[in-house]
Design a protein around this ligand. Structure first.
Ligand SMILES: Cc1cc2nc3c(=O)[nH]c(=O)nc-3n(C[C@H](O)[C@H](O)[C@H](O)COP(=O)(O)OP(=O)(O)OC[C@H]3O[C@@H](n4cnc5c(N)ncnc54)[C@H](O)[C@@H]3O)c2cc1C
Length: 331
C-alpha cells in the first residue's frame, strides 16, 4: 500500500487549495476529487458566477475552472513532479491504524496517509414541490433561486423577492434583505411546514412587511427559458417573486468523520481546533463542512492553507526529531 504524508478528500475549492498547499510544501500528497455523483451534490457545481471576490467577475463556473487550472498547472511543473497525485475517485472509507489513516477508494485500492484533510462539503436542502425537488433546479441554475446571501443577496435588487423557509434564520434573512436592499415586502413561504420563529424574530416581523404563508407551494410560475415569476400555493394564493432565497438548512457530508467518532455540531458540521484539526488527531476538516465559519470560497482557501501548513510543521518537527535522535546515537 502506498504511504503518503497527506490525503486530501474532496475536489471543491477547499480540497483543491489543500492539495496545492500540500504539493507546494513538498509533502507527498494525494487528492481524492470525488466523481460525477459527488460533484453534483457539492456546492462548487452550482456556482455559476462569483461577484464577491476580486478578479473572478469575468469567469463562468469559477470554482470548477480554478480547480481544473490549478491541477493542470501542478502537472505542468517539472520541479513538482511526483509530489502530488490527483485522482477522480471517491474515498469510500477512512480508517485509523495507529497514528495513521487508511483511505480506501476504487475497486478495493487503498493508500496509507500520515494526515488527512477532509473537504467533502455540504449541500443546501432543496424545497420539495409536489413531492419533488426538480421544479426549483432550473431557477437555481439561472441564479434566481439563491442559496448564499453573502454571495448573491445583491442580485435581488430591483426584483420581487420571497424566502422559502420556516425558522428564525429564514425570517432574519428576509429582514436583512428588506434592510439592506430596500425591499418593501419579503413574503416567507414555509411550504407546508409549521413556522418556528423565536421571540426576537417575531419582533422583526412586527416591524417589517414579511407575510408568512404556510400553505405548500403547488406550482412554480415562470419558465426555465424566461425565468422565475413566482409561486402558486395550495390555498390558491399567488406570490409574485422573480427571486427567491432558499433557507431550509443543510446536509453535511460528514460520514468519513463521524465513522471514526469525530465530533460534529447540531447541523452535522465538524467541530475543529484553531488549526482545523477535528476531534480525531491527525484528521483535519476545511471548507463548508467546518462548524461556525463563513461558507465562502476565500474562507475555504484560508482554512485549507492553515491546515496544510500545520501538517507540514508537524512533519518537519518529526523529521527533525528523528535526525536529532540519529545524530545523538551516532555521536
Ligand atoms: C449557488 C451558490 C453560489 C455561491 N456563490 C458563492 C460566491 O459567489 N462566493 C463565495 O465565496 N462562495 C459562494 N458559494 C459558496 C461556495 O460554493 C462554497 O463555500 C465552496 O464551494 C465550499 O467549498 P468546499 O470545497 O468546502 O465544498 P464543495 O464545493 O461542496 O466541494 C466538495 C467536494 O467534495 C467532493 N466529495 C464529496 N464526497 C467525497 C468523497 N467521499 N470522496 C472524494 N470527494 C468527495 C465533491 O465531489 C466535491 O468536489 C456559493 C454556493 C452556492 C450553493
Amino acid at each position: 500500500m502506498e504511504q503518503v504524508d497527506l490525503a486530501v478528500i474532496g475536489g471543491g475549492g477547499a480540497g483543491a487549495m489543500a492539495y496545492l498547499r500540500g504539493v507546494l510544501n513538498c509533502d507527498r500528497t494525494v487528492l481524492f476529487m470525488g466523481d460525477k455523483k459527488t460533484s453534483r451534490r457539492g456546492r462548487a457545481m452550482w456556482v455559476g458566477e462569483v461577484d464577491n471576490i476580486p478578479g473572478m467577475h469575468d469567469m463562468k463556473r469559477p470554482i470548477l475552472g480554478t480547480v481544473k487550472s490549478t491541477l493542470a498547472w501542478i502537472d505542468g511543473q517539472e520541479p513538482l513532479q511526483g509530489i502530488g497525485t490527483a485522482m477522480k475517485d471517491i474515498a469510500t472509507s477512512l480508517e485509523q491504524d495507529g497514528e495513521e489513516f487508511v483511505v480506501k477508494y476504487g475497486e478495493g485500492q487503498a493508500v496509507r496517509a500520515r494526515y488527512v484533510i477532509l473537504a467533502t462539503g455540504i449541500m443546501d436542502v432543496q424545497p420539495e414541490i409536489n413531492g419533488s425537488i426538480d421544479p426549483i433546479f432550473p431557477y437555481a441554475n439561472r441564479g434566481e433561486a439563491i442559496y448564499c446571501v453573502r454571495c448573491d443577496g445583491h442580485r435581488t435588487l430591483g426584483h420581487t423577492l420571497s424566502v422559502i423557509g420556516h425558522n428564525s434564520t429564514a425570517a432574519s434573512i428576509a429582514a436583512m434583505m428588506i434592510q439592506r436592499y430596500r425591499h418593501n415586502q419579503v413574503p416567507i413561504l414555509t411550504n407546508g411546514t409549521d413556522p418556528d420563529f423565536s421571540e426576537s424574530t417575531e419582533k422583526l416581523m412586527a416591524v417589517y412587511d414579511m407575510p408568512v404563508h404556510t400553505s405548500p407551494i403547488a406550482e412554480v410560475l415562470g419558465t426555465p427559458r424566461t425565468g422565475l415569476e413566482g409561486f402558486v400555493l395550495a390555498d390558491g394564493t399567488r406570490v409574485d417573486s422573480s427571486r427567491t432565497i432558499v433557507s431550509l438548512g443543510i446536509i453535511a457530508y460528514n460520514q468519513l468523520l463521524t465513522g471514526l467518532g469525530g465530533e460534529v455540531d447540531g447541523s452535522g458540521k465538524a467541530i475543529v481546533s484553531e488549526k482545523y484539526e477535528s476531534s480525531i488527531p491527525g484528521l483535519f476538516v476545511v471548507g463548508d463542512l467546518v462548524a461556525g465559519k463563513k461558507m465562502q470560497i476565500y474562507t475555504a482557501w484560508d482554512e485549507a492553507v492553515d491546515a496544510a501548513d500545520e501538517i507540514n510543521r508537524r512533519l518537519r518537527t518529526r523529521a527533525f526529531k528523528e535526525k536529532l535522535g540519529q545524530s545523538l546515537s551516532s555521536g
